[in-house]
Design a protein around this ligand. Structure first.
Ligand code: TEU
Ligand code: CA
Length: 562
């Protein structure tokens, strides 16, 4: 091989994210659970994925659906028991599927024993586990707003001091400066590794080191200041991750991916450096935030559709600049994002299947490790919110209270339009298993409404249709396992000025992969496949092509030797 990229199983894998609350309910309480996951492992085996990333299953009062953990070594009661977990892990391993856990250690729940102690008094041994500050002029220590509305500081009456919470007030930020905190976290991680889990997805890991000066932030939404510049990629974050790597990660064979809000290319090269001193890869956010602030109603809220050329410029930049230096993760969807086919494709009956397949091709042929979010393989769509009472997500509910009700800066119907477009609840409606009541998700009342389109869009229907989005994903995954250029080929952009076609090449030794995706509902001229004799088609979402054109939402992948 002329070109050498270090081989690794986590580079050759496809990851499937499960949001347990919404995946499958085994006991009729309306909440997905571990037993539900175990039951559906054969479905995932059929899809062909290698790894499951499990959103948090730890004990939690569920202020933020498990991202507020009150005991890292216990299972959330709603989800089952540790025995259920062990059974799921064993069963997955028997099927050759690895399990990656969500690690949420930027913050804990306020009901975690450490915080219960910490807030008791200024001299409590756990006081320094969290970030406590004296009031400034009788008010909050600085202007930071929380991601979930309101101030990022909460006054605790007991001691008259404020604690920091970048997310909800029930998610106090841990103080990573305190070496006891770090060693507690590393012990806990080791405990899970000894259990035999296969890796960690690290929640907002880019935020664990704060600027010790805690300066006011730039305007966030006309009300609060944004903490981002002072909490993302902070001064000691790489030191902490290198310590974690030395003490835990390097001792096991793991997949590690850092959720890295605010990460730049330069920072990613450190977090995911090829020497392996920190993490395998990070989730960057640029392509899912490809909307200019001027197109937002307030804060992150918008109903504008992002444009392909902007997304392409971002993804191409990440592909080119990490080459040989760090590894990319590839995703359209997760539990914090609206459904990909609705946001980037076209979820109308005419184009839903075609555009879902196009998006899948576009992403899965890039260089990096692809992530599929539950239901993405069915082309599940966004849902509709007719009022705030349809919402479950703390982010949406709090934003509604703050912007619509309290400050009255956004009219109700505009806010709901934003929710339809990008609320996180779009991703959290129950997995659509079949056309029976509640989409086969539960026999009880689901904790969040099922998307009304479940009679047409569901796993049973997909498995019965050879042309389904499901089988298209299955084929993409199989191709990745069989054809090295898909994993290791160098990325080269094509047609960078096209307003409608996203195209690129991948090259490994003499093998060339050519990928072209039409992001529009019109036929578009395209001459990339003129010389058809030179190779063969690997996959496409159309059986017949039109010479010199890509049909609406057509995707074509071609392999040849040079
Ligand atoms: O998300 C953090 C994050 O940066 C986001 O995607 C965040 O949800 C978004 O900015 C809100 O608009 C992680 C988890 O993925 C998310 O589910 C949690 O709510 C959050 O951390 C707190 O743990
Ligand atoms: Ca249940």
């Amino acid at each position: 091989m002329a070109y050498q990229e270090k081989q690794a199983w986590w580079k050759e894998s496809v990851i499937y994210q499960i949001y347990p609350r919404s995946f499958a309910d085994s006991n009729g309480d309306g909440i997905g659970d571990l037993e539900g996951i175990t039951t559906h492992l054969p479905y995932l085996k059929e899809l062909g994925i290698d790894v499951i990333w499990l959103s948090p299953v730890y004990q939690s009062p569920n202020d933020d659906n498990g991202y507020d953990i009150s005991d890292y070594r216990n299972i959330m009661k709603d989800f089952g028991t540790m025995e259920d977990f062990d059974r799921m892990l064993n069963r997955a391993h028997e099927l050759g599927i690895r399990i990656v856990m969500d690690l949420v250690v930027n913050h804990t729940s306020d009901e975690h024993a450490w915080f219960v102690e910490s807030r008791k008094s200024k001299d409590n041994p756990y006081r320094d586990y969290y970030i406590w500050k004296e009031p400034r002029d009788g008010k909050e220590p600085n202007n930071w707003g929380s991601c979930f509305s309101g101030s990022a500081w909460e006054l605790d009456e007991q001691t008259g001091m404020y604690y920091l919470h970048c997310f909800s007030r029930k998610q106090p930020d841990l103080n990573w400066e305190n070496e006891k905190v770090r060693s507690e976290v590393f012990d806990m991680m080791t405990w899970w590794c000894e259990k035999g889990i296969d890796g960690f997805r690290m929640d907002v890991i880019s935020m664990i080191s704060k600027d010790p000066a805690f300066p006011d932030g730039p305007d966030m939404d006309g009300i609060y200041g944004a903490p981002d510049p002072y909490v993302c990629n902070g001064p000691r974050v790489h030191e902490y991750l290198q310590e974690m790597n030395r003490k835990v990660l390097s001792r096991y064979d793991l997949l590690t991916v850092g959720e890295a809000a605010g990460v730049t290319i330069e920072e990613a090269k450190k977090y995911a450096n090829a020497d392996g001193t920190e993490l395998n890869m990070v989730f960057q956010f640029e392509h899912v935030n490809a909307i200019h602030p001027s197109q937002c109603v307030v804060g992150k809220w918008t109903y504008q559709k992002p444009q392909m050329p902007d997304i392409r410029a971002i993804l191409n930049k990440w592909q080119l600049e990490l080459e040989g230096k760090a590894w990319n993760s590839l995703y359209w969807d997760n539990h914090d994002q609206p459904r990909a086919v609705s946001r980037f494709g076209d979820d109308s009956p005419e184009y839903r299947v075609l555009s879902a397949k196009m998006l899948a091709s576009c992403l899965h042929m890039m260089k990096g490790t692809p992530y599929i979010y539950q239901g993405e393989e069915l082309g599940m769509t966004n849902t509709h919110f007719s009022g705030v009472e349809d919402c479950r997500d703390i982010e949406a509910v709090n934003a509604y209270r703050q912007y619509v009700e309290d400050h009255k800066v956004v009219p109700k119907d505009i806010m709901l339009r934003c929710f339809d477009a990008i609320s996180r609840d779009n991703a959290r409606t129950p997995m659509q298993w079949n056309g029976s009541k509640n989409a086969g998700f539960t026999t009880g009342t689901p904790w969040i409404s099922v998307n009304p389109n479940y009679r047409e869009i569901n796993a049973e229907a997909a498995l019965a249709d050879p042309d389904s989005v499901f089988y298209y994903y299955q084929k993409l995954i199989r191709l990745r396992h069989e054809i090295p250029v898909i994993v290791y080929g160098v990325f080269e952009p094509l047609l960078e000025d096209s307003p409608s076609i996203y195209a690129y090449r991948r090259i490994l030794d003499n093998t060339v992969l050519t990928v072209a995706c039409n992001w529009t509902s019109c036929s578009q001229p395209c001459d990339l496949f003129e010389d058809q004799n030179a190779g063969r088609e690997l996959i496409s979402n159309y059986d017949k092509h039109e010479e010199g054109y890509l049909l609406p939402f057509e995707a074509r992948v071609f392999i040849s030797e040079r």
